[in-house]
Write a protein that binds this ligand. Structure first.
Ligand SMILES: Cc1cc2nc3c(=O)[nH]c(=O)nc-3n(C[C@H](O)[C@H](O)[C@H](O)COP(=O)(O)O)c2cc1C
Length: 213
């Protein structure tokens, strides 16, 4: 009986905060009913400068990622964020205390990429007095643009990243979380850790946390 109670307690803790080990994380279906009406979300959008350190619950992380760049039209695989020429060039890498993951919108999963807490690479030289639990790092693979000019590819990549980042900002404003779009990050360390190809460019990152008073 004692063993059963210990097991139930353990299972409910893990169930709440999801398994933060070296495994991929299956996300929940998004709750598309939550959040403020869009005009109220716009009225409260602001870049945060105070950071709570509490880990996000699985549903919150799931909703964040779907809002960021999830599939909202299953019939054609299109996303919550538009992209130039529908190139879908932005990959969302998610940094948690437990490791780095790549958001797979089709499978609604965070695919495990690298173990360990590497959020300081996302923070970069700016640093954080307290570390937010999640960084979404937006990386464009410019090889997905089927045009010849590299300079135009980079412009489109920046535009697409800005839109994905704004999805994060609006989601956070709508549900009462904090975020900030940031160009600052340690590009070199991130590229090495994530084994990025020459065509993959870190564009922006958004730390995300529950609101700190
Ligand atoms: C493309 C872009 C890059 C940014 N990079 C950084 C950054 O590296 N570090 C930072 O603290 N804020 C960064 N910001 C946030 C801006 O400083 C912030 O949006 C601006 O001060 C306006 O404040 P608001 O977002 O609350 O309206 C960036 C914003 C944008 C749009």
């Amino acid at each position: 009986m004692k063993k059963l109670i210990i097991y139930i307690c353990f299972a409910s803790i893990v169930g709440h905060s999801f398994a933060q080990d070296s495994k991929s994380i299956k996300l929940n279906a998004p709750d598309t009913t939550r959040g403020l009406p869009v005009m109220k979300a716009l009225a409260s959008r602001a870049s945060a400068s105070k950071w709570d350190t509490t880990s996000l619950k699985l549903q919150d992380l799931s909703d964040l990622l779907w809002a960021t760049d999830g599939i909202n039209r299953a019939s054609n695989g299109k996303r919550t964020a538009p992209s130039a020429m529908n190139a879908q060039d932005i990959d969302v890498y998610v940094f948690l205390k437990s490791g780095a993951y790549l958001y797979d919108a089709t499978k609604n999963t965070l695919n495990f990429i690298a173990a360990g807490d590497n959020r300081s690479m996302c923070a970069g030289k700016q640093g954080f007095a307290s570390m937010p639990p999640v960084f979404c790092v937006l990386i464009s693979d410019i090889s997905k643009f089927k045009i010849s000019s590299d300079s135009i590819k980079l412009i489109l990549a920046a535009e697409d990243a800005g839109i994905v980042s704004e999805n994060i900002s609006l989601f956070c404003a709508g549900v009462g979380f904090s975020t900030r779009p940031r160009a600052t990050m340690d590009d070199k360390k991130l590229s090495d850790l994530l084994k990025l190809k020459a065509t993959q460019h870190p564009m922006l990152n958004n730390p995300v946390c529950y609101k700190k008073d």
